[in-house]
Design a protein around this ligand. Structure first.
Ligand SMILES: Cc1cc2nc3c(=O)[nH]c(=O)nc-3n(C[C@H](O)[C@H](O)[C@H](O)COP(=O)(O)OP(=O)(O)OC[C@H]3O[C@@H](n4cnc5c(N)ncnc54)[C@H](O)[C@@H]3O)c2cc1C
Length: 404
């Protein structure tokens, strides 16, 4: 028998089924309501916490899966239910990823559980990188952190924008510039714990899609945190900055390390939306009749569905490969993490648009979910690195040329 296998094991399938049941019975039926309300679906996050789905233990269990497949697979399932609600549930994982990617083991064990809290006291986390003048170009961050050695205190000032859970989170992981002239190599990540004076929510954004997920500005005004809140610690930061000054390669730029690890998971969320739209329009095409036959009997509709399914499966294979490479320490020599996110995001936009077309007028109105899925899908070509930035990463990786 061949040793190569794409089959998931029994344990993985069991967890995926458990998440699927929650997505089907709780998340999907609530999708329309929370999209209209444009608010964080607290009751659903709480319900997820009560069954253990919204918890540090669950995410740690997924991270602990040595094949790397579980975390993206459960993200696909929950986004299949509803992407906005799924992002409200998994949004804290971005803050967590910032801590895991940059923190010391002691910092991870202290802060990671606080990203989720407990079922009786649910907490949220946020990861704050983007700024009004620094989205794709994170080397331009203006938020800065200044160290006072006498009191072992960092003072943060600046404005972050587009932050998922921004301002409503209990714990914000903030990427700030320590040595501005070194660009992204002079940046560091800080934990700003709940109740720290000086951090506040700015404007809350009204969005096109994923409207159940809260997105807002985060304003930092003389925010003081102790030295222990610098992820990775001062010694490691000083060494990294010294290496950058000498022009040596700097391992681990704060924001990039987090994004690299999370791309296959974000890709999986996009695949979940695409799959929802594909399944819905396949069923619809079998029911809806025109000119005396089901519309699926028209080859143009059937071929559309064949292409939708093919692209969805290709997108899933790309995220599975990237997740496996990430977990087994294989270097992304051709930007494979970016490939997965690029292809899944564009597939989700394309598939959901085809789904609207298959439903005709019914696809265009809010009584049916496909227009929402199309609105939700579009963010996947924008956040966590736009499609253009993914192409930049891939083209640089395959060519060795510093394409800008
Ligand atoms: C709903 C939502 C949630 C978000 N959540 C978070 C979050 O939790 N934390 C966080 O830090 N950020 C978050 N973001 C921010 C998101 O990551 C940025 O919006 C994204 O990185 C793009 O940055 P920008 O909006 O400044 O666009 P810009 O960087 O201004 O880009 C504008 C356009 O120019 C293109 N472009 C830019 N540079 C190049 C280039 N070199 N070559 C070719 N094309 C280029 C881009 O691809 C894009 O099409 C979120 C955004 C949204 C909308």
């Amino acid at each position: 028998m061949s040793e190569f296998s794409l089959e998931l094991n029994e344990d993985q399938l069991q967890v995926i089924k458990w998440v699927h049941d929650f997505a089907e019975n709780v998340v999907r039926p609530a999708g329309h309501e929370w999209d209209e309300r444009e608010e964080t679906p607290w009751p659903i996050i709480k319900e997820a916490a009560e069954i253990g789905l919204y918890s540090f233990d669950f995410i740690a269990n997924c991270f602990g899966d040595t094949t790397g497949q579980l975390l993206p697979a459960v993200n696909e399932e929950l986004s299949w239910g509803d992407a906005g609600i799924a992002l409200s549930i998994f949004g804290s994982t971005l803050g967590l990823a910032g801590i895991v990617a940059n923190g010391t083991p002691e910092q991870v064990s202290e802060w990671a559980p606080q990203c989720f809290g407990t079922p009786d006291d649910v907490k949220l986390a946020a990861f704050c990188v983007s700024e009004p003048d620094a989205g794709s170009d994170v080397s331009q961050l203006k938020t800065h952190a200044v160290y006072d050695e006498a009191t072992d205190t960092w003072t943060l000032n600046g404005t972050k924008t587009w932050i998922t859970n921004g301002g409503i989170a209990d714990l914000h992981v903030v990427v700030a510039s320590v040595e501005p002239e070194l660009g992204s190599r002079g940046q560091a990540s800080f934990v700003v714990p709940s109740g720290t004076p000086g951090i506040s929510q700015g404007q809350k954004f009204k969005k096109m899609g994923i409207r159940a997920s809260h997105t807002a500005e985060v304003v930092l005004q003389d925010v003081k945190v102790p030295g222990a809140c610098l992820l990775g610690g001062k010694e490691r930061l000083d060494q990294r900055i010294a290496r950058a000054r000498e022009g040596k390669s700097a391992k681990g730029q704060a924001a990039m390390a987090t994004f690299e690890a999370s791309r296959p998971t974000v890709a999986a969320q996009a695949v979940g939306i695409a799959r929802a739209a594909y399944e819905y329009s396949l069923e619809y095409a079998k029911e809806r009749k025109t000119f005396g036959k089901a519309i699926i009997e028209h080859q143009s509709i059937a071929f559309k569905l064949a292409d939708m399914k093919t692209r969805i499966d290709a997108a899933r294979l790309l995220y599975q490969r990237a997740a496996w490479m990430g977990m087994s320490g294989k270097p992304f020599v051709a930007g494979e993490g970016s490939m997965s996110k690029l292809f899944a995001g564009e597939t989700a936009v394309w598939v959901t648009e085809q789904a609207i077309q298959i439903l005709g007028g019914y696809g265009y109105v809010r009584e049916y979910p496909v227009e929402r899925w199309h609105r939700d899908s579009k963010i996947y070509t924008i956040f966590e690195g736009t499609s253009e930035i993914q192409r930049l990463i891939i083209s640089r990786a395959i060519s060795g040329v510093h394409i800008r």
